[in-house]
Design a protein around this ligand. Sequence first.
Ligand code: IVH
Length: 668
Amino acid sequence: MSNNQIKSRIKQLRQLIREADHRYYLLSDPEISDKEYDQLLTELKNLEDQYPQLVTKNSPTQRVSSDLVENFPTVKHKVKMLSLDNTYSIEELKGWESKIKRILKREVDLGYLVEPKIDGVSCSLVYEKGVLVLGSTRGNGEMGEDVTANVRTIHSIPLTLRDGYPQSIEVRGEIYMEKTDFQKVNKERVAQNQALFANPRNATSGSLKLLDPAVVSRRKLKCLIHSFGWAKGVSFKTHQDFFDKVNQWGFPVDDRSVHCENLEKVIEYCLKQESERNSFPYEIDGMVIKVNSLNLQKELGVTLKSPRWAVAYKFPAHQVTTKIEGIEFGVGRTGTITPVAILEPVKCGGVVISRATLHNFDEIERLGVKNGDTVLLERAGEVIPKIIKVIISKRKGVERKINIPSRCPACKAKVAKEKESEVSWYCFNIDCPAQLKRSLRHFAHRGAMDIAGFGESLVNELVDRKVVKSIVDIYSLNREDLMKLPLFKEKKVTNIINAIALSKKQSFSRFLYGLGIRHVGEKAASLLAGQYRSIDQLAGIKKEDLEKIPEIGPVMASSIVEFFSASKTKKMLEAFNAAGLNLNQKLPIVKSSKIKAMTFVFTGELKSLSRNQAKELLETLGAKWSSSVSKGTDYLVAGRNPGSKYAKAKEMGVRIVSENDFLKLIGK
Ligand code: IVH
């Protein structure tokens, strides 16, 4: 092929791909198969690889940039991004119309555009000469964050506009994640032991703030345009006209947006959408009603926060009533007794719910709930359902008071409070099988000793068959013990035996954390390991000494002393020692360091060392780490795919450093 032929083939391929994207993402009416599409894209990629000088920024191959975003610069919106006033009932909606009619001071036919209010993240998109130049978040309405690199990965957002576009334009829309994609993301997070996103909105905003566009592109975000910012070279008569034009230029708009000639029709449509909301592919929390005529919009104007010409009609949270069929009591690792309501299964917000935690007995009292009660259940876009109240009128007189069990449901030991002022009740039996199961899972989990394969089903088998009676028994497990268990074959047994052996090398602070001392979390364990350096030192520790450490309060101090003075603990520690575990802090303490007493927080993945190694290094340098950003944070270390801590640190003015800067700081 001649140079000119190559250039024109590239141009043609780009055009074909853009057309295919448009038909797929906007019209949902593809004309070519996925295979044909992939062939076009591969041909284009190959040509661009051979002729890199012909690559353009807006070629369809360039949606995902390989560069990591350093941070998100702040951008000022040319026209403030407003919010919407909310109404919560048809009455309030009618009140809004009366108010605008009063302002207009004359009888006019008010036509409205009514659209779903998507529960996502607001964004602004600026196009110059038909090319996307800026994608930003709403921020505080005046200033947002430049997230262009991430926005470019969203296929429904055009990188270049179709013919007829104006000289420049800013449109605004909602970036969101479909419910099915949200579930997939959370499923992956469970597998990777990461915290779950509470709802699709959080998943969207978390994704948009990731520093690696390649990861954002895998999150399958989508966008629908809902409003106008500013434009040069075009004007619109109505909101409908705006939608029609932007749609022609290649922007996605919601085809559930309809024109209603009066409020009666608006209400009818809102109620219909409310009844169908569960079948929407995305979460909506209401409808948005906008005056259609832009002249009337101008006349009505805006207040400080929101336009007068638009309003949101918010749906009530997903609520259903169901019956409590029974109460179960869970036993936590440290013996906490948690009441759980077993419910007559009920669908709420598209999922079947059959259990809901009642948290503790104070909550039972606050709700006044009894076993057998009919209750109102709510899922406000959140994953965990909540019992809101008891429907007293449904009581038949047969409902039973929920009593604090006098004995532990698992081991029948007496249940008691640790202190009168505490809300929790505990089983204090350290041999309780339910607690042992939890303790074993805690000891073996990824953040502690990280014994691969030592999950719930293995733990249940080992405890129920009385093969394991204490966490230290993990280290006397042999092949024969494991081969006796159902579904355990040669290979699986070898893997577990190897994982157990490997865990003996885990650090002292992980071991301390794994012991599961009440009130001692990962951070406290790391502090203790840095300060006391061996089990022997900790075993003789006094409460007053512990309380000298600012992060350790009296409750934790008592719990630590109590743990180490128990004869059972002493025996267990001897057995751990005999098994060859790491009962000393191996890392030397560096006497003076420039980061002494400073507090670090980590977000995202580190490349050159694990988080635990980083934390241990900090301990040796006399520095501290914390899991959340606060005023006391000196540095936030941002690795790959940082999470919400990044935005928080930025907001609070905390210094943010890359992994490389961090390594320099600690002298590596
Ligand atoms: S119009 C001047 N239309 O709701 C107001 N907003 O609570 C411009 N939203 O920040 C917004 N769906 O992010 C509009 N169809 C829709 C919407 C919508 C969701 C969001 C938007 C806005 C927030 C206000």
